[in-house]
Design a binder for this molecule. Structure first.
Ligand code: S3P
Ligand code: PEP
Length: 414
C-alpha cells in the first residue's frame, strides 16, 4: 500500500499507542508467572509475535478488559515465528534455551538479516545449544539447557542483555553477567523495571549484573504506558505543522522520552505536564543540533526529518547500531532524504543533514515501520510525499495514518 501525504496543517488531540517494549516484556513475564493481568498492551504485529511465542511455550491467555494470563508450568519447545520483531527473537532465544527440547526460531526476510552472534555465544557459554548461519541470524536452532555461570557480552544490541536478564533467573546456578560496549541502555532499564514488578532479584554494579538462580516470576498486574518512539512522530507533526496535544503520556523508563529535550534543544515548543499525562507540541522554527543517538536509536528517523526542516546542520552520531534494525536505517533514511532533495551525508555512525530544502517526491519504507512514519510526517511540510509500502506501520502503530488524518493531515491511499 502506498500513501500520499499532502502539505497540511495539523491541530487536535491524540493518544499515542501503548509501549511496544513494555508490552513485549509484560507478555513474556506473564507467560512465566502463575497468573497476571496486563492492562493497555500494544496490539500490533510485533507484540502479536510475542503473544504467539508465549502461547508456543505453553502460556494461556484471554482477552477481556485486559489480557489475563495463565503462565506455563514448564517451557515448551517448538517452532517459533517472530515475524519482523527483533525483540521477540532475542527474548525467546534466551527463554527457549531453558527448555529441554529443541526449538526453531525464524522470522521474515528482515529478521533473517539481523545478527545474534554475541547472544548465541553467551548462551552457549552458559550451557545452551545454539546453531545458526553466519552471525547466528535466523533461522536459529536453540536447545537446552542454560545452566547459568559467568559471562561477558559485547552488546551491539541491548536486547542481548535483556534476553539474558529474563532467562538467567530461571537457570540452575547463579550468574554474573558483565556487559561491555552496550548500546541502547535505557531498554535495559525497561527490562529491569518489568523484572522488578515480577519479583525477580538481581544486583547491579555498573555494567555487571549478579543474578540469583532458580527464581520464580510473580508478575500480578502491569499497566503499559504510552510509547514514546511512536509519540515522537506526533510530536514532530505538531512542531512542523500546527499543534498536537497528546493525552495519556505519563513518565516511564523509556529512553525515547528524550525526544522532548531533543525537540526543545532544536528550538521546538514542547510542554509536558507529566502528572497530567499531557504533552503539547506547537509549530516552531527549528535549528539544527548535534545528537548522540547511542541510547535512542529508534528516534533517529524522527530526528532526521526534523533536521531536514531545521535551519543549519543536524549531526546524528554514535548510531552504528542503526545498521542492524528492520533496515539499515542510516542507509534508508539517507536514501529517502536524498529522494526529497535534502542535502545529506552518510557517516559510519550516523548522518549529517543540511536542513531547509525539501521538495515533494516518492520515498520507500523499505519494509521499515519507523521509516514509513517519519517520512509521512515530512509530507506535511513538503509539496506532496508518497510513502511506498506504508502498510508496515502495523508493526508498532497500526492506526498511525488514521491518527494523522484525525489531526487534519491530508492523507490519501494511492
Ligand atoms: O528491547 C527493546 O525493546 C528494544 C531495543 C532497541 O534495540 P537495540 O538494543 O538492538 O538497539 C530498540 O531499537 C528496539 O526498537 C526495541
Ligand atoms: C528495532 C525495532 O524493533 P525490534 O528490534 O524489536 O525489531 C524498532 O521497533 O525500531
Amino acid at each position: 500500500m502506498d500513501i500520499t501525504i499532502y502539505r497540511s496543517e495539523v491541530e487536535g488531540v491524540a493518544t499515542p499507542p501503548p509501549s511496544k517494549s513494555y508490552t513485549h516484556r509484560a507478555f513474556l513475564s506473564s507467560a512465566l508467572s502463575r497468573h497476571s493481568e496486563i492492562f493497555n498492551p500494544l496490539i500490533a504485529e510485533d507484540t502479536l509475535a510475542t503473544l504467539r511465542c508465549c502461547k508456543g511455550i505453553g502460556a494461556r491467555f484471554f482477552r477481556h478488559r485486559c489480557f489475563e494470563f495463565f503462565g506455563c508450568d514448564e517451557i515448551k519447545s517448538g517452532y517459533f515465528y517472530v515475524s519482523n520483531s527483533g525483540t521477540t527473537l532475542r527474548l525467546f532465544m534466551g527463554i527457549l534455551s531453558l527448555s529441554k527440547g529443541v526449538s526453531v526460531l525464524d522470522g521474515d526476510e528482515s529478521i533473517r538479516r539481523r545478527p545474534n552472534l554475541e547472544l548465541a555465544k553467551a548462551l552457549i557459554k552458559l550451557g545452551a545449544k545454539v546453531k545458526g548461519f553466519r552471525d547466528f541470524s535466523a533461522p536459529i536452532i536453540v536447545g537446552g539447557i542454560l545452566k547459568g555461570g559467568c559471562v561477558k557480552i559485547r552488546a551491539i544490541s541491548s536486547q542481548f542483555v535483556s534476553a539474558l536478564l529474563f532467562s538467567l533467573p530461571l537457570a540452575k546456578f547463579d550468574s554474573e553477567l558483565r556487559v561491555i560496549d552496550v548500546k541502547s541502555k535505557p531498554y535495559i532499564d525497561v527490562t529491569l523495571h518489568v523484572l522488578e514488578e515480577s519479583g525477580i532479584k538481581l544486583e547491579r554494579e555498573g555494567n555487571t549484573f549478579y543474578i540469583e538462580c532458580e527464581q520464580e516470576f510473580r508478575l500480578r498486574r502491569f499497566d503499559v504506558p504510552a510509547d514514546f518512539s511512536s509519540a515522537s512522530y506526533l510530536i514532530a507533526s505538531g512542531v512542523l505543522a500546527g499543534r498536537v496535544e497528546l493525552r495519556g503520556v505519563y513518565d516511564s523508563r523509556q529512553g525515547d522520552k528524550a525526544i522532548v529535550d531533543i525537540v526543545r534543544s532544536m528550538g521546538g515548543e514542547v510542554r509536558w505536564k507529566k502528572e497530567d499525562g499531557v504533552l503539547i507540541a506547537e509549530k516552531s522554527e527549528l535549528e539544527g543540533i548535534e545528537v548522540d543517538a547511542g541510547d535512542t536509536p529508534d528516534l533517529v528517523p524522527t530526528i532526521a526529518v526534523l533536521g531536514a526542516v531545521a535551519k543549519g546542520r543536524t549531526v546524528i552520531y554514535n548510531a552504528e547500531h542503526l545498521r542492524y534494525k528492520e533496515t539499515n536505517r542510516i542507509e534508508t533514511t539517507y536514501r529517502n532524504l536524498k529522494a526529497l532533495g535534502v542535502e545529506v551525508e552518510k557517516r559510519r555512525d550516523g548522518l549529517v543533514i543540511k536542513g531547509g530544502n525539501i521538495r515533494g517526491g516518492v520515498v520507500d519504507s523499505y519494509g521499515d515501520h519507523r521509516i514509513a512514519m517519519a517520512f509521512a510526517v515530512l509530507g506535511l511540510v513538503a509539496d506532496k510525499v508518497t510513502v511506498k509500502n506504508a502498510e508496515v506501520v502495523s508493526v508498532s502503530f497500526p492506526n498511525f495514518f488514521d491518527v494523522l488524518k484525525d489531526l487534519g493531515a491530508k492523507v490519501e491511499i494511492v
